[in-house]
Design a protein around this ligand. Structure first.
Ligand SMILES: Cc1cc2nc3c(=O)[nH]c(=O)nc-3n(C[C@H](O)[C@H](O)[C@H](O)COP(=O)(O)OP(=O)(O)OC[C@H]3O[C@@H](n4cnc5c(N)ncnc54)[C@H](O)[C@@H]3O)c2cc1C
Length: 474
């Protein structure tokens, strides 16, 4: 096992893709196998030392950044143990990109991978990640068949899907734990906010999305689907946002069965792609779709684009053009982050989703702030799932204060519309106040009660989901 103690070696573990900067850590343990990982957990238990699990470090909410104690990094537990038919068994540090390549070799596909393919499979399970194909296939939760985990208390447990369910009283009983599920119901939309809870739920769904607060996931058994059929991508550049909801509705009505991805980029986001793609028509916003590749479908999409007076339509149907349009989509979050990092401006980023009926109202609400606040904003993302990332870039302290108020107003609005404050990125160390608004003090207490079933001394993932001070309140 590698143990890192020097400041220079540890620094990279105090970062992820968030702006969370309060990371502190004594040691980083890098076990070579599960037995060594168990020794780390046992050591921390015996010394009452807090322990934070580190995956690929691509998270956006500071989950893997420790605030005290030590880090256990699963980077050397990176084997794809078996991949066969529709199942793959992976160590939790397996890199998603490698997994996708291995699946491809046997004509299979793992649908819920996030845009950032350097993430680890254990990180994906811990955050219930979703990506460009979640519009069609759903989030990670649907593709995890079994989890093997070292609980915070130091037990190795296997949690297969379909074995441990909440009974009529909401109690889940296993040979290693028995507890009542939280009183709240997780909204039935794209959601990655706190412990999952639903009537009759499966225990594995509580662990998925628990952000390293219950234990160290060492293995994930994943479900694979058959390789996707041949597809094309189209990007439609529309002259304004005026008809975006009509376009959205027609796209869903006409093409639902054949679509894999349905995304949106507002005019401000296209600015961040212009250097890489100078041919983007000026003064436009864009819809990005991926579809089964048939001539008939392509023609029907082109007809739709004519009805909406698209200024331009880009088509990616052969490998080179297809890959170029994939890059178009992937570059945006990277370019935005790089641009504002250079200017030392901290992005304030919303990850809200709401039920379909209320989506239009939420977007109008965002747009009011884009127009009236004077703060630079960008709106883009998974429009097909009623989930757009609304990002604000406050230029100074005064704007930062205003942006935080706007964030709060948007959270209140989303909750009043039956939405979630975190659709795919999780809560980490920066969204607790909003998680509390979503589920109330009772919901937070329920989560803490459950955490202690797995992690009696509250050592795992301190300050993730809720402040550690709450763990010890009477
Ligand atoms: C450019 C960019 C694009 C992105 N696009 C998407 C996207 O499309 N969809 C999406 O959902 N997310 C996206 N993300 C966010 C990120 O990729 C995901 O949240 C991803 O699942 C994190 O995985 P990771 O291995 O990097 O985890 P980390 O960042 O290392 O950790 C995330 C959390 O999981 C916990 N954790 C990690 N491994 C384990 C383990 N083995 N056992 C227990 N807990 C563990 C950590 O403690 C932490 O709380 C994006 C990020 C970037 C930078």
């Amino acid at each position: 096992m590698i143990v890192k103690e020097h400041r220079d070696e540890i620094l990279s573990y105090l970062e992820d893709s968030s702006n969370f900067s309060a990371g502190r850590c004594e040691k980083v343990f890098i076990p070579e196998n599960e037995q060594e990982a168990l020794e780390v957990v046992n050591l921390c238990n015996s010394q009452k030392m807090p322990l934070t699990v580190s995956g690929g470090g691509t998270g956006t909410v500071g989950g893997r950044i420790p605030t005290e104690g030590s880090v256990i990094s699963v980077e050397r537990l990176n084997r794809i143990i078996d991949i066969n038919g529709n199942r793959a068994i992976l160590e939790s540090g397996a890199i998603v990109n490698n997994f996708l390549h291995e699946a491809e070799k046997i004509n299979k596909f793992y649908p819920p991978f996030p845009t950032e393919r350097n993430a680890f499979i254990g990180g994906n399970a811990s955050t219930n990640a979703s990506g460009e194909y979640s519009f069609r296939f759903g989030a990670t939760r649907k593709y995890v068949l079994k989890i093997r985990m070292i609980t915070g208390g130091g037990k190795i447990v296997e949690i297969p899907r379909g074995k441990f369910f909440a009974d009529e009283k909401g109690v889940i009983e296993t040979d290693f734990a028995s507890f009542e599920i939280p009183f709240y119901q997780t909204p039935l939309i794209k959601c990655s906010a706190g412990y999952f809870s639903a009537k009759g739920m499966d225990l594995i769904d509580l662990v998925i999305g628990s952000e390293g607060t219950l234990g160290v996931i060492t293995r994930v058994e994943a479900f694979l689907i058959d390789k996707l059929p041949d597809r094309f991508i189209m990007i439609f550049f529309l002259p304004s946002e005026e008809k975006m909801f009509e376009f959205l509705s027609d796209a869903k009505k006409e093409f639902m069965r054949d679509m894999y991805t349905l995304e949106f980029f507002d005019h401000a986001s296209l600015f961040f792609l212009r250097n890489d793609f100078p041919e983007i028509p000026p003064d436009t916003c864009a819809f990005y779709i991926e579809s089964t590749n048939t001539t008939e479908l392509m023609e029907r999409w082109l007809n739709l684009s004519e009805m909406y007076n698209a200024r331009d339509v880009w088509v990616g149907s052969e490998q080179k053009t297809y890959q170029r349009l994939i890059d178009f989509r992937h570059r945006l979050p990277e370019n935005i982050n790089a641009y504002f990092r250079k200017l030392k401006i901290t992005k304030i980023s919303l990850d809200i989703a709401v039920p379909e009926n209320n989506f239009r109202e939420l977007v109008s609400f965002y747009r009011k702030f884009s127009k009236e606040s004077g703060i630079q904003t960008v709106l883009f993302g998974h429009i097909g799932e009623n989930h757009l990332h609304f990002n604000l870039f406050p230029a100074d302290e005064k704007e930062k204060g205003i942006a935080k108020q706007i964030y709060l107003s948007c959270v209140e609005k989303a909750l009043s519309l039956g939405g979630t404050i975190a659709a795919e990125h999780g809560i980490g160390k920066i969204k607790y106040p909003y998680l509390r608004m979503m589920y109330g003090d009772k919901g937070i207490k329920d989560m803490i009660r459950i955490k202690k079933v797995f992690d009696p001394d509250g050592l795992m993932g301190r300050d993730t989901l809720f402040p550690s001070s709450l763990l010890f309140e009477k």
